[in-house]
Design a protein around this ligand. Structure first.
Ligand code: 13P
Length: 251
């Protein structure tokens, strides 16, 4: 059975001390709880090792927000998948729309990043999502299909089961405008159908598909109640335990 996951994406927020503080606070809040989902926090690179050491990693998985598309070498400023794994992080968010849009990450680069992440035993949280104009032109299904096919469909069935997908409609990110539960379910069911057609029902049923985009304490329960929505990738509402906990407890 696939896992339910609530993952925070801190993006470029919190200095090191603030990040450690937040991680410790979340760790404390989760201590006595029996959870119905896995909890992940995606921190800036420089926080990774400290955050890993500050939390019970059997309860909180730690994620990087990116990794290089090259194994190692003369790539000034880059951080490899191997380096991420060496911090004790277990996940890496890849293909976030902010990276695709602002840092020009292509499907080809993302394919390499996914491959390197898997080689280093990191679980990629692979983001896909359409922009508003694409939805309005009724092209959203085609866009999602291409993003998945171009970066993931060369994976073996075994590797594909190691991936988590996150559907994040770009128009819903940081805008306060959430996809409705019906829109999320419709797209998640479409994604699962693509996975069924490529890898078969058993594998597709085991892949978690998260929703991201203005997910908060008020809408998480309804979004997560959909059969194909297996959790959330949370931006703004992951930056405070008071806002993040109710989303975790929505399961
Ligand atoms: P918000 O929850 O702030 O809309 O961000 C979503 C997101 O981009 C998570 O990766």
């Amino acid at each position: 059975m696939r896992k339910n996951i609530v993952a925070g994406n801190w993006k470029m927020n919190k200095n090191l001390q603030e990040g450690i503080e937040l991680a410790k606070e979340l760790n404390e809040a989760l201590k006595e709880k029996t959870l119905k989902c896995e909890v992940v926090i995606g921190t800036p690179f420089i926080h990774l090792e400290s955050v890993v050491k500050s939390v019970d990693t059997t309860k909180i998985g730690v994620a990087a927000q990116n990794c290089a598309d090259k194994k190692s070498g003369a790539y000034t400023g880059e951080v490899s998948a191997e380096m991420v794994a060496s911090t004790g992080a277990k996940y890496v968010i890849l293909g976030h729309s902010e990276r695709r849009a602002y840092y020009h990450e292509t499907a080809e680069m993302l394919k390499e990043k996914v491959k390197l992440a898997l080689e280093n035993d990191l679980t990629p949280i692979f983001c896909i999502g359409e922009v508003l104009e694409e939805r309005e032109a009724n092209k959203h299904f085609d866009v999602i299909q291409s993003q998945i096919e171009e970066s993931l469909f060369e994976l073996s069935a075994e590797d594909c089961t190691k991936i988590v997908l996150a559907y994040e409609p770009v128009w819903a990110i940081g805008t306060g405008k959430t996809a409705t539960a019906a829109q999320a379910q419709e797209m998640h069911a479409f994604i699962r159908k693509l996975l069924v057609e490529k890898y078969g029902l058993e594998i597709a049923e085991n892949i978690s598909i998260l929703y991201g985009g203005s997910c908060n304490a008020g809408n998480a329960k309804e979004l997560f109640s959909n059969p194909d929505v297996d959790g959330g990738l949370i931006g703004g509402a992951s930056l405070g335990v008071d806002k993040f906990m109710p989303i975790i407890e929505a399961f």
